[in-house]
Ligand binder design. Sequence first.
Ligand code: KG4
Ligand code: ZN
Length: 332
Amino acid sequence: MLILGIETSCDETAAAVVKDGRHLLGSVVATQFELHAVYGGVVPELAARRHLENIVPVIQGALDQAGVSLRDLDGLAATQRPGLIGALVVGMAIAKAVAYSLDLPLAGVHHLEAHIASLWLTETIPPFPFVALVVSGGHTNLYLVESLLAMNLLSRTRDDAAGEAFDKVAKLMGLGYPGGVVIEALARNGDPQAFDLPRPRILEEPLTFSYSGLKTAVAYRLKKQPEILGDPSSRADLAASFQEAVVESLVTRAWEALKRTGCRHLAVCGGVAANGRLRQVLQDRAAATGVELFLPPLSLCTDNAAMVAALGYQRLQAGERLDLAADVFSRG
Ligand code: KG4
Ligand code: ZN
């Protein structure tokens, strides 16, 4: 069964062809970094317009890579929620048009669940149930994953998402957008213990994330000591200290979730899961505690449509069909 996946929830226009829910045949991701960089963040209206320009060539590119045509498809999947409304509409509209004109079934998928489904495309799927930490630009969620389709939310962030914190701190430090990659690069030469930054915790909710306090702490520090930005080694130290605080908060909660659920298997997905320092600390901790860790390859961590097709395949197999009159939703 060949499924075409379409992803346009934020600033990546993506399409992919997946065979039998497990094998990636073609995948194209058109990023819009340069379009939004001058604004230091994604401008929703510009993102939607760029999706409109990109979507047809991106789909064609994925089909070409896979060596198939639209007529070879058995179904489609598109991201239905959460995301920027104008952006989601573009991907969903073309998915509906193709589904209607070729009389194909369509699945509407949840973007964060799709991040978990990126694991369905890896060699070994973690045994169920397992804990999944999804760390993206808009969300930081812990799930208990009970099957290929059952993903139960355990906790989320009460304010900013981890990726958002990377992006905001990068903006404060004048490093540009998107923040994760630049901060990671700068942090490589820094001392993660140089700055004492807070690790916000909510005592009665040990699984809940919170990043706005950390971002504010960086902002205060820069206000008090603006000279940090002028000194390459202090800049690197601040980036490393910030990154370490985020990594620590993610790892602590992931292990708390393992403890509470009794699981011994952990998966970490989403854009921030591409962070080398996070991957390293997760691997060390897993080795020390006998936990089996599953990390998708970098290309499946950041936004892509392969994960959308992988989840869509499971939904279509389960008999789900999206009504072509269905809407898209900004919230999860
Ligand atoms: O999952 P994703 O591609 O898109 C959303 O669904 O939001 O995640 C994007 C987020 C951005 O905030 C970006 O700064 C962050 O992932 N990110 C990283 C890295 N690569 C991307 N954060 C830390 N280190 C990275 N290497
Ligand atoms: Zn994402």
